[in-house]
Design a protein around this ligand. Structure first.
Ligand code: ZN
Length: 416
């Protein structure tokens, strides 16, 4: 969310307050009685600087403390809002994926009074998704992040409640935990290897797609891959095996030459662009399995167009037996494919583009060289519910709403 959008949100809701037969107008939070200001209402139900029928107070008080007071209208984003809301719930403090939230009579809000959802006496959490316009998403074990609540139930009885995701480490944020769950024996890696794996997968963990892939396709592990390949993705199982030796070599290359490197070939004067992102590449093959047919068709179309263009502009040298795009050094910036290997097939094209998109340095290069595939990937991260198979749509929409509240995911994720 941009700073400006943030300001708009805290401006407060618009609508009407009904109080003892009187109707008061609320305009972006400002409350008027017969044209005179009598206080401010935040969308989380907190009143500020009230006078007149609300009683005089300079501090904050919840709308629940004024008997018979009901607000009906919309929040600053236009989403329907009713306060105090239907069910009275607990009051206290909450940590959601480590993010501090306030709970007042079941309404959950940020420190700056943005209403993020509701919480009931049974520990159920419902989120208000202003981005996808859904006022009440019920979270479950798959979509709820680690939640720690301290306070009282609606009855006033003291209540501490904790939800920790299965097999998660409580002290680590969601994205770190997801990478740990995805990459087997992560704890056994060296510090440099861990950094490389985290850098490769952070984006995919933060937007929720790594979890979807992990649960539907499988995990990744180091092992031995035959015929000298750096990695392989099982066709039937979807599990990734990364060749340990190649993995180590690749990290060395990435450190020395960067994620995107131009290397001389044995055929003079040809060069090949290489992406040193094997973990993200193999993940890319898994990611393809969860895409809708329509998305897969778009990718296949793009590949077909690019292959024809590459054949026309950069025909493979006669002596070359491979299928990568090769170019004279001075033509590197005019290349058709992000990397030489992406020319091999529509599958490798996709995997290489996913890999390039995973880190900022090569994501910017991808945007310049292949803006259309960059756009597909951007849509996939920001609106996956429109790009994945129907079976994953609800889960990823709920999960992304949850990740927004947990500060893992926001629309500017791709800017950093
Ligand atoms: Zn591949």
């Amino acid at each position: 969310m941009t700073a400006q959008a943030e300001t708009t949100r805290v401006q407060g809701p618009s609508g009407f307050i009904e109080l003892n037969g009187q109707m008061l107008v609320v305009d972006y939070g400002k409350i008027y009685l017969d044209g005179s200001p009598v206080g401010f209402l935040f969308e989380d139900g907190m009143l500020k600087d009230t006078s007149g029928p609300f009683g005089s107070t300079s501090g904050l008080k919840p709308i629940d403390e004024i008997p018979g007071c009901i607000f009906r209208g919309i929040d600053a984003t236009g989403l329907e809002l009713e306060l105090p809301g239907a069910v009275p719930g607990p009051t206290g403090t909450m940590k959601y994926n480590g993010v501090p939230l306030t709970v007042v009579m079941g309404r959950v809000s940020t420190q700056d009074h943005r209403l993020v959802g509701s919480f009931d006496d049974e520990g159920n959490l419902f989120l208000r998704d202003t981005v996808k316009r859904a006022p009440r998403r019920k979270l479950d074990e798959t979509t709820q992040l680690t939640t720690i609540f301290q306070g009282t139930k609606s009855s006033g009885a003291p209540w501490n409640h904790e939800f920790v995701r299965p097999l998660y480490k409580k002290d680590k944020p969601y994205s770190d935990n997801e990478i740990l769950r995805y990459f087997e024996n992560f704890d056994g890696l060296t510090a440099a290897q861990k950094r490389y794996v985290i850098e490769s997968l952070k984006l995919w963990a933060s937007c929720g797609l790594l979890q979807i892939v992990r649960k539907s396709e499988g995990t990744a592990a180091l092992g031995n891959v035959k015929h000298g390949a750096a990695g392989a993705t099982g066709v039937r199982t979807g599990y990734v095996t990364l060749d340990r030796e190649e993995f180590e070599k690749e990290i060395g290359y990435a450190k020395r030459f960067g994620m995107l490197a131009t290397v001389a070939t044995t055929i003079k004067p040809y060069y090949e662009v290489r992406l040193n992102l094997v973990v993200a590449h193999e993940y890319g093959h898994q990611l393809e399995f969860i895409l809708s047919q329509a998305t897969q068709d778009r990718i296949a179309d793009l590949f077909g167009q690019r292959l024809s263009r590459s054949e026309r502009l950069f025909p493979l040298p006669q002596a070359y037996e491979g299928t990568s795009e090769l170019l004279p050094q001075e033509k590197i910036f005019e290349r058709v494919f992000i990397s030489g290997y992406a020319r091999q097939s529509k599958f490798e094209y996709w995997a290489e583009c996913v890999a390039a998109f995973s880190v900022k340095e090569s994501r910017e290069a991808l945007k310049r060289i292949d803006p259309e595939i960059h756009e597909i990937l951007r849509e996939l991260v920001l609106s996956p519910d429109k790009m994945v198979r129907a079976v994953f749509v609800d889960t990823i929409a709920d999960l992304q709403a949850s990740l927004r509240v947990g500060n893992e995911f926001s629309d500017d994720l791709l800017d950093s």
